[in-house]
Every structure is written in C-alpha cells, then in structure tokens.
Design a protein around this ligand. Structure first.
Ligand SMILES: [Zn+2]
Length: 552
C-alpha cells in the first residue's frame, strides 16, 4: 500500500504553503532574494509548527537555479533532485545516537558541494546533540566554509548552548492560530474527500494545540473507518470535552445562569467525564479570558479578580477531591459561588427580558462591589450553594434568620442603654480595624452599631442583601469578637430601613406604655434548618485559604 499519512502528504513544498508563520517566511524569502544568506539558522518553537518543513523549503530554494519571486522553481536540476541530493544532509539529533556519525558528517563540511551552490545541513532537535558533537559544530560555525549552511531546529531552545545560539540567526515558530489550522484542515479534508462537520473541524483544531502535524494525525486516525467525522466521534475517541462545551460554561458564568451550570455538570457526571480534564480545560479558557480582560476591562462581564479567584479555586479543587464528595459536586459548588446571587434570584422571578429590573440589579451589584470589593462573593458561598441544592432549606434559613433578628432586637430593646451603645461603638471600631478575616472585615465595613444592651448588640447596614450575609455568619463573627476583644455578646444585623421602622415602633409603644419582654431565643431552635452545619463544613473544606499550588 502506498498510503501516505496526511501530514507527510500535505507537508508544504514551497513557502506559500507554510501555514501560520508569515513573518519567518517573509524574512527567509527576503534573505534569498537579496542574496544575504547567513551560515547558520536556528528555528525554534513547539512541535508541529513547521520548523523542519520550512528548513527543507529554505534549503531547496537556496539551491534552486531558477528562482521565481523568492520561491524554488520546482523544474531545475537542483529542485528535481532535491530529495536525493548529496548536498542536503539531514540529521535527526534525537534519533541519531552515534555521536561520531554526526561529528563525521560535520567534519566533511569542507568538501565542496557536488551539484548545487551550497551544502546544507539540516539538524533536527539540535538540543539533543552530545557535548562532543556540539564542539565539532561550534568549530565549524566559527569558520564556516563559504558553501556551508546549517539550519538547526529545536523544540527546546533552552538546552542549546549559548555558544551555538550566538552564532545563529534565530527564527521563532509560533503555535499556529486556531483559525489557520482549521482552514488548512478544511482544505485537506475537502481534497481527500473526508467528510467532517464544522464543529468537528473546530474541535480537532483546538485539540491540536497549535501544531498542524498533530491536527493532521488526528484527522488521519478519525477518518480511518471511512465514516463522517463528527464532534461525538471525537469526544468518544478522545474522552475530550469540547471547546464549545467549555465556552458555554464560561458564558453561563458570565450570564449568572445557575441552571445552565447545574445542567452542564450533570451532563459531565452522566458521561463519566474525567473531571481533571474538564477543570484543566476550563482553567485554560479562563486564563484566556483573564488576558482579554487585562487588555479591555470594560468589554467583559466578569472582572479580572473574579476570574483569578475562580481559577485558584478550581486549581485548589484538584487537590481537594476526596472519597466523600463527588468531584463534580465540588466543581459545581465552586462555579456557583461565582454566580451573582441577586441576579440569580431575579432570574427565577421575572422574565428574562425585563431590562429595567436587570439594570437595577447591576446597579446594586456595583454598589455592593464598591462597598465590599470582591470579598462579598466569597462570603456568599453558603447562600448560593444552598439556594441551588435545596430551595426549601434556603427558605427555612431565611425565615429562621429573620426570626432571630426580630427576637434579638426585641431582647436588646429590653435592656438597651446609651452607655452600652457608646461602649460597643468604641469596641467595634477596635474590632473592625483588628486582624480579622478579610471576608468578615469587608462584610462589616458598612455596619453601624445602633443599639446595645449588656448581652446584645444591633448593627445596621445600608443593604438588605448584606444583612442576610452577615447574619448567616453571625456565629463566626461573635466568636471572632470574643477571641479578639474578650467580649461575649450576641450580635445581629438589620437593614437601615427596617431599623428606622423598628425604632419608630418602639418609640410609639413606649408612649403607649407597651413594655418589651425577653423572648427565649432557644424557642427558635426548631425553626433552624439542619443542613446548616453540614454545608458549612463543606464550604470550609472547600475554600480554606491554603497555599495555592499551580497545576501543570
Ligand atoms: Zn529550481
């Protein structure tokens, strides 16, 4: 059989067919046309980007007797005999272990070319040469014969001795752009009569990671059974997660579409996808996003900080997976953490096209972010996850916290006095500026102590959404207060609006002789939802602020 693998068959034969290396090609052509060819070139860059092919085209063109616009004519003796020419010496340093072979080849450099103008050495993976071979090469490069040209290629330029580097003209081969690969693949498939869907073309281009050779090898494998190449076929064969899927995930994050995230994670889990592949791909996509945001911060829906934190959380989750929780639950929790809670709630309640409502929410979010920075979303974790996993639980929790608020404020009114108020206002100042968790600090930044008894302190904040966030963490805040200032008191937050109403009612009641009496807080215990502790533990496990290790 004379089947030729695609990447060999479609190896470019002249400069015009080299894909994605326009600058290098232009410079090499100029050198030939201006007759300014140097004795040593080094082509560096990732695998499959066209280094060796370009080296061969360059060699062929240099020796062509009848140049046409900087391209080899393909008709002269030199061109026709190129593949068997004794003047073209190809050395693969990676496979050639005989050090002496290489040395001997290089030592023969003084012998004049048999046919063409130049004797050209193409040394692939030059960094693999031994020290002895490098020494022989270096000697030659110091005083090269006029007819000798060395074209070296490497994927690992760091391993090439500086003494060699300094004697070469260097060209960096870039990873080939996705679009360029896709266009080339489309051309090859059409030419070969290989049926492939557009989605599949995109996916293969994506999987090739900038290397055209890998892309063509993939097409070879996928087309071997003669059936059409579809996205499903690729995913089944390579256990891959499509870039389309990853992009949809990022879009869902940007649009605060919690349901889309939940659905997508379910799909991954049902397909028994490798969660590590998913997390790594998502991180890669988010890194691209972060770079875009740095370039143009105003065009993006997510902030750089958000994406950075999300990347760290995802990376962290790769180390946190254990036998108790499915990795997909962790991933879902993390993703939902970045959903904007206010918008999420409204998505459920109003039609999507209610632009006014949406922009109002954006506005309140801007205020939230101005007041609390990005910490607000980190502290929002329990809120968001609870909401998605169990709406019942969430409703119970809100109800319980509301009751707790009413009871504590009532009880505070019973023994409130201005002297306690002043005392705790001062204490609170101290607390807020002490070394507390940044998350708590940012929550309390806007809080004002408005009422105090010896046992209970009431603080007012401007936004209703913050009230819930603070009261959810009230135990933690109380503990922190006790640790830092030695004050064992109960705290509760209320919105400024509610507080003003309650104050007025209190004054009215006072005038009417209605007295406030202590209500036993324990009577609320049966209202308290039970999932609380479990969820808090999960959240703690997930988002502890350990050192972040970057994955490979
Ligand atoms: Zn020619």
């Amino acid at each position: 059989m004379d089947y030729k693998v695609l990447y060999r068959k479609y190896r470019p034969s002249d400069f015009s067919n080299v894909v994605g290396q326009d600058y290098t090609v232009k410079m090499l052509k100029n050198a030939i046309m201006n007759d300014k060819i140097s004795h040593a070139y080094l082509f560096t860059g990732p695998r499959g980007t066209g280094k060796t092919s370009t080296a061969k085209i360059f060699a062929k063109t240099i020796n062509c007797e009848n140049l046409v616009n900087g391209e080899a004519c393909g008709k002269c003796n030199s061109c026709l005999n190129f593949n068997s020419s004794a003047d073209i010496i190809e050395i693969d340093a990676a496979s050639n272990n005989g050090v002496d072979d290489i040395r001997e080849l290089i030592n023969n450099v003084k012998i004049a070319p048999s046919e063409g103008r130049y004797k050209i050495y193409i040394i692939d993976e030059v960094h693999m040469m031994t020290q002895n071979a490098f020494n022989a090469l270096l000697l030659t490069l110091e005083e090269p014969p006029a007819h000798a040209i060395f074209i070296m290629a490497t994927t690992n330029v760091e391993s090439v001795p500086i003494t060699i580097l300094s004697r070469c003209q260097r060209f960096n081969f870039k990873k080939i752009a996705l679009e360029d690969i896709k266009n080339r693949l489309a051309f090859v498939c059409q030419n070969e009569g290989i049926k492939i869907t557009d989605e599949a073309l995109s996916e293969v281009s994506y999987l090739a990671e900038g290397g055209l050779r890998d892309a063509l090898s993939l097409i070879d494998q996928l087309s071997s059974d003669g059936t059409e190449i579809t996205l499903d076929k690729i995913l089944v064969n390579y256990g891959s997660i499509s870039s389309v899927f990853i992009n949809k995930m990022v879009e869902a994050l940007e649009n605060n579409d919690a349901m889309a995230i939940v659905e997508a994670i379910k799909e991954l889990e049902n397909n028994a996808t490798d969660y590590k592949v998913f997390v790594k791909k998502l991180i890669a996509q988010l890194v691209q996003k972060a770079i875009k945001i740095k370039n143009d911060p105003y065009s993006q829906k997510l902030s750089y900080e958000q994406i950075k934190n999300l990347i760290f959380d995802l990376n962290d989750c790769l180390n946190k997976v254990n036998v108790y929780i499915s990795p997909f639950v962790l991933i879902q929790l993390i993703l939902l953490k970045y959903i904007n809670k206010d918008e999420l709630k409204n998505q459920e309640r109003m039609p999507k096209n209610e632009i006014n409502g949406e922009s109002k929410n954006k506005e309140s979010q801007v205020i939230l972010e101005q007041n609390f920075g990005n910490e607000i979303k980190n502290s929002d974790i329990q809120t968001t996850t609870a909401e998605t996993f169990s709406n019942d639980y969430e409703e119970e929790m809100i109800e319980y916290l509301n009751e707790l608020k009413m009871v504590r404020i009532n009880n505070c009114f019973v023994n409130a006095h201005k002297k306690y108020l002043t005392y705790f206002q001062n204490k609170f100042q101290e607390f807020a500026t002490s070394d507390i968790k940044p998350e708590i600090k940012s929550l309390l930044i806007d809080a004002k102590i408005v009422l105090a008894s010896p046992e209970i302190v009431v603080m007012a904040v401007s936004l209703e959404s913050t009230v819930l966030l603070i009261n959810r963490k009230i135990l933690e805040i109380e503990k922190s207060l006790a640790n830092i200032l030695g004050e064992n008191i109960k705290l509760i937050a209320v919105s400024e609006k509610d507080w003003n109403e309650m104050k007025e009612e209190y004054i009215k009641n006072l005038k009417n002789g209605i007295k406030y009496e202590i209500i036993d807080e324990d009577s609320l215990n049966e209202l308290k939802p039970t999932e609380e502790n479990a969820l808090e533990e999960i959240a703690k496990d997930l988002f502890s602020e350990e050192k972040i290790e970057i994955i490979d």
